[in-house]
Design a protein around this ligand. Structure first.
Ligand SMILES: Cc1cc2nc3c(=O)[nH]c(=O)nc-3n(C[C@H](O)[C@H](O)[C@H](O)COP(=O)(O)OP(=O)(O)OC[C@H]3O[C@@H](n4cnc5c(N)ncnc54)[C@H](O)[C@@H]3O)c2cc1C
Length: 337
């Protein structure tokens, strides 16, 4: 392993922010990870685990060591008549796993096609899209406890998954995810009710449903709606959809009859953050090098050489206007570092 000094992180985060890491190292196995964590010379340095950098905003240089996860491998470890279990190294790309399932017609994660980033980061915020979340297929997470170097398996329940949340997000830095095991369906049942999937399948002229057809539809919708990070730096949805009580919602609905909301399982309401931001006239606005994407107000954009601080300031101004107009707190989904 090569430990490098003063490394630019520009190529390692999809916002394209040019922050520097004091130390930078890539690890490809659990043994290498343990070696780094216990090395006397670097033991006391703050450490940050990096996957694909697609859910991070670096606001300053990182005064510590960035550990780039490159634990690879993807294999079917068990199967029965109806299911197949796949274990994947945390450093593998999420979409590569989706494509493996598409090729084999294994159902379960096709609605989460094209989510950028690594497999190991998936459980952190319980990635989700188009009515499906990682928790729906996840069996176990393998993670290393940073303090003890012990490897631990977490069952789905132990991961304490919630909306864009998990034990790994709540106890940040305590565990480094090294692998995941997910369960896919050999007789897929499709969930096409969400968003424009059905419309897209019709447009594509699909007569026979398959994992590939749904995945292709999702990919097409995403490509038409979301900016490509290689062209405009971004980290997908910058904010979470805020959850409020039914009573709060009823009051807002009287004032704003067109407000968009979804029911949650526990009787609350989840507001569409994009709609709230749009109503505050932010959609398509640009301040210096930072801006709000013209087609989706949830996405903040680096138009060129924006600093993390510029993007953060824009996000704070948006949070303030949503608070002023609706009295609703907008939480960030992106990890601010
Ligand atoms: C265009 C675009 C669209 C997106 N669409 C979606 C979407 O539809 N749904 C969705 O849920 N997300 C979406 N995202 C966000 C992002 O893709 C996910 O959050 C993804 O899981 C991040 O993976 P990553 O490897 O890039 O994580 P990183 O950005 O590298 O890291 C994210 C956080 O996880 C921690 N972390 C990373 N790997 C590990 C590990 N192995 N162990 C412990 N901690 C770790 C990091 O320290 C950091 O705090 C989108 C992003 C972009 C740019």
């Amino acid at each position: 392993m090569e430990i490098r000094r003063n490394v630019s992180l520009k190529a390692f985060n999809t916002f394209g922010i040019d922050a520097k890491a004091n130390y930078f190292v890539a690890f490809g196995s659990i043994d290498e990870l343990r070696e780094i964590l216990t090395d006397e010379e670097y033991k006391t340095l703050p450490k940050f685990v990096l996957g694909g950098g697609s859910n991070i905003l670096f606001c300053k240089d990182y005064e510590g060591m960035v550990l780039k996860n490159e634990i690879m491998g993807m294999e079917v470890i068990a199967e029965d008549e109806n299911h197949v279990y796949i274990k994947s190294g945390a450093g593998e790309e999420w979409h590569k796993l989706v494509l493996f399932c598409v090729d084999n017609n294994y159902g379960g994660i096709e609605n989460m096609s094209l989510i950028p980033g690594s497999i190991g980061a998936g459980p952190i915020q319980n990635i989700g899209a188009y009515g499906t979340e990682l928790k729906d297929v996840l069996v176990e997470v393998e993670a290393l406890e940073t303090e003890t170097g012990k490897l631990r398996m977490f069952s789905n329940e132990e991961c304490k998954f919630g909306y864009r949340s998990s034990i790994f997000k709540m106890e940040k830095g305590k565990y480094i995810i090294t692998a995941t095991i997910i369960r896919l369906n050999k007789r897929p049942e499709f969930n096409t009710k969400y968003g424009a999937i059905e419309e897209e399948l019709k447009r594509m002229g699909v007569s026979e449903m398959s994992v590939k057809a749904v995945s292709d539809a999702v990919i097409h919708i995403r490509q038409s709606k979301l900016p490509d990070p290689s062209e405009s730096g971004n980290a997908g949805s910058f904010f979470k959809n805020p959850e409020i009580t039914k009573e709060q919602f009823d009051k807002l609905k009287e004032l704003f009859p067109h407000i968009i909301a979804f029911d949650t399982n526990d009787g609350n309401k989840k507001l569409a953050a994009g709609w709230l931001i749009e109503q505050c006239d932010w959609k398509g606005k640009r301040i210096g090098n930072a801006g709000v994407y013209k087609n989706q107000a949830l996405v903040l954009i680096n138009y060129g050489n924006a600093s993390g601080e510029e993007i953060l300031n824009l996000s704070k101004a948006i949070q303030q206007s949503v608070m002023d107009k609706f009295g609703v707190v907008l939480e960030t989904e992106v990890n601010i570092v």
